[in-house]
Write a protein that binds this ligand. Sequence first.
Ligand code: FAD
Length: 405
Amino acid sequence: HADVVILGAGQAGLQAALSLREEGFAGTIQMIGDEAALPYQRPPLSKGFLLGQVGEEALELRPQAMLDKLDIRLATGVAGTGIDRAARRLALSDGSACGYGHLILATGSRVRLWSGAGADLAGIAYLRTLDDARALGPRLEAARDVVVIGAGFIGLEFAAVAAKRGKRVHVLEAADRVMARAVTPAISAFFRERHEIAGVEFRFGAKLAGITGRDGQVAGVELDGDEHLPADLVLVGIGGIPNAELAAAAGLAVENGVVVDEMMATADPHVSAIGDCCSHPNVFAGSRIRLESVQNAIDQGRTIAARLAGKPQPYRAVPWFWSDQGDLKLQMAGFTNGADHQVTIGAMDEARFSLLSFRGGALVGIESVNRPADNMLARRILALPQPVTLAASEAAGHDLKALAM
Ligand code: FAD
């Protein structure tokens, strides 16, 4: 038994534990994670780690000694297998069970698998865990023709790494532009061009008929219309699925993630959910959404810790995200969907600029490329109690420093 049991020892779960101690929570904390490693950062897995620039030690979020010092207990290599809400007990994969005063679900998300023709072939890769990335390194080294399915963040980051390592890279995307769900068309166009200059070839509106093989090994992909692209490595990056099955089986509401309110609370006062696995009402989106970002995992970890320590504060953090693709650092703050007016500051031709997006006369998001200081200011500006209007931004010459004051 522990006062707080945290299921899932990733970015969000660890943050909740650390923040509980920072808030002065004196009860027992038990983290349970099904991976073997200590909690680690995933972002470098598709970037510096694959390029050999970031070693495994650098991925670790906190050393074991620090967890010991804070009296945060961690069981690795053990999965939660069932939640008995009436008895307040979590069943574990080793046959034991753990009672809880409060249960925090921080189980993250997993990759969506390619389920069409050729799904069982060797040479199809996914990128979510340290184990995935460890296995991918040597396979990328050995590959010549790489096909990436999906032009989302992970697909593009991987494509940039593969191109840099001299591979022939094709990216297949069903939509008509890259990162279509997350960035504005201007950013999509800019990144597409930069990737193409680096040697990446795109197929938009691509309809994948199947992955083809030879002797059980990937040999290529088949596109509708009978086109065949050779490949000895296929990286599938078609999105994530929340790990919410345990919550659903325990009778908790699940709607693209475990349903929580602004306090990260489920309908059960003894169960909360944070990070990739939950869907929450988001003031910036104006709707319920599920986010997959480090910012969201950290801020929701802080939110639940503050509540359990008796200092409740609703989750109202400005959403922000980054993605490193080749020598481009993309950072976004706010949500730009439905933007009807854009202003560029900086120099797009030098790959150092920011795009301010307005909707209905209010600033809703800022996308920056290689301008990290703009992202810091953007987060401050979007956190202001009153939205910045287009008129105010114009009057300030779109100077972010002035707007942030
Ligand atoms: P996770 O960190 O995934 O942790 C959840 C943990 O719970 C996992 O270890 C999982 O195995 C475990 N678990 C699941 N079910 C159970 C169970 N039943 N029992 C026990 N344990 C369980 N975000 C950014 O903001 N910027 C980036 O550049 C960026 N790059 C990324 C690159 C890659 C390759 C990936 C995969 C993600 C990236 N992200 C990035 C997203 C970011 O890493 C995630 O949003 C973040 O890790 C979410 O934290 P989490 O704690 O919710 O989930």
